[in-house]
Design a protein around this ligand. Structure first.
Ligand SMILES: C[S@@+](CC[C@H](N)C(=O)[O-])C[C@H]1O[C@@H](n2cnc3c(N)ncnc32)[C@H](O)[C@@H]1O
Length: 272
């Protein structure tokens, strides 16, 4: 299969994956604090022109618009953008919603004062291509702000646990949590940015009483987890093995209590 056809097929698969389950509920119930945190860390102010890449339902885009910025929320998945549009209406903020692949953004060079991505661009399969696009559409002196799950943190470990059950990615595709590794993301952005700050932080999650509760929620709502189970198909032993592995992962993180800490990397940089 030639590379262009392969990329189109992969894009279609990813678009469908993120429409599975109910990501909007995860955004609202679990990861909601990350968007405003990124907006604050990037110093978004009234009048800024901001792009949120892989914006989903607008976790960063909506608070950026509420801060007075002029915002474009862009994502591969039209279903999530539509849900985001409704959320923004409910909150009384206006922004542009734009269907686009992070690897080929339909914007001009230097169009934005700030380019943000909250646990978003990390899921585009070709890391260097996406990083090049983030840098390209940011104006010189503008801000790039990213939040990415780390490989060592809970969601990084979730992906490692699911990997043996997921369809094998085509060659050239890198694992999402690598964006949460300082060295990797610094190398992706390279000399085109300066004043880089990185900080590992954790999101406190108190939604789950035990491992099976986490597993069942992600099995029902989270596209990548639903995809792993679909890839297994009807094999009861493999389903039971993944069931047990996901519950054990969450039980370990809960330490017998009712809160978990999910580690992520917050990066802020200035384009030269
Ligand atoms: C974990 S969600 C994060 C959404 C949102 N930023 C948030 O904080 O809730 C990952 C998002 O990345 C989007 N995505 C995945 N691959 C993409 C790509 N190649 N280009 C643009 N968006 C992509 C998905 O559609 C999904 O909305």
């Amino acid at each position: 299969m030639n590379a262009v056809v392969q990329d189109r097929e992969l894009e279609a698969k990813h678009r469908a994956l993120w429409a599975l389950g109910d990501y909007r509920t995860i955004a609202a119930e679990i990861v909601a604090p990350l968007g405003p945190e990124l907006v604050a860390a990037a110093g978004i102010k009234p009048g800024d022109r901001v792009l949120d890449v892989a914006a989903g339902t607008g976790n960063a885009a909506i608070p950026a618009a509420a801060a007075g910025a002029s915002v474009v929320a862009s994502d591969l998945c039209p279903e999530l953008l539509e849900q985001g549009r409704r959320l923004a209406d409910e909150r009384g903020v206006t922004l542009d919603w734009n269907e686009a692949n992070a690897e080929a953004l339909p914007f001009g060079d230097g169009e934005f004062d700030a380019v943000l991505s909250c646990i978003g661009v990390m899921f585009a399969p070709h890391h260097q291509q996406s990083a090049d696009e983030l840098v390209r559409v940011c104006r010189p002196g503008g801000t790039i702000g990213l939040i990415s799950w780390t490989p060592e943190g809970f969601i990084g470990q979730l992906f490692a646990t699911m990997k043996p059950y997921m369809p094998a990615p085509p060659p050239g595709v890198s694992p999402p949590p690598l964006w949460g590794s300082e060295d990797h993301v610094r190398a992706l952005l390279g000399e085109r940015v300066t004043d880089i700050t990185t900080e590992r932080r954790t999101l406190t999650v108190s939604r789950f009483s035990d491992g099976p509760a986490f597993r069942d929620y992600f099995k029902a709502n989270y596209g990548p987890t639903i995809t792993a189970y679909r890839a297994i198909g009807e094999d009861p032993q493999r389903v039971a093995a993944l069931d047990a592995a996901l519950a054990a992962l969450a039980d370990d993180a809960l330490h017998g209590g009712s809160t978990m800490e999910w580690e992520y990397l917050l990066l802020v940089a200035r384009k030269r």
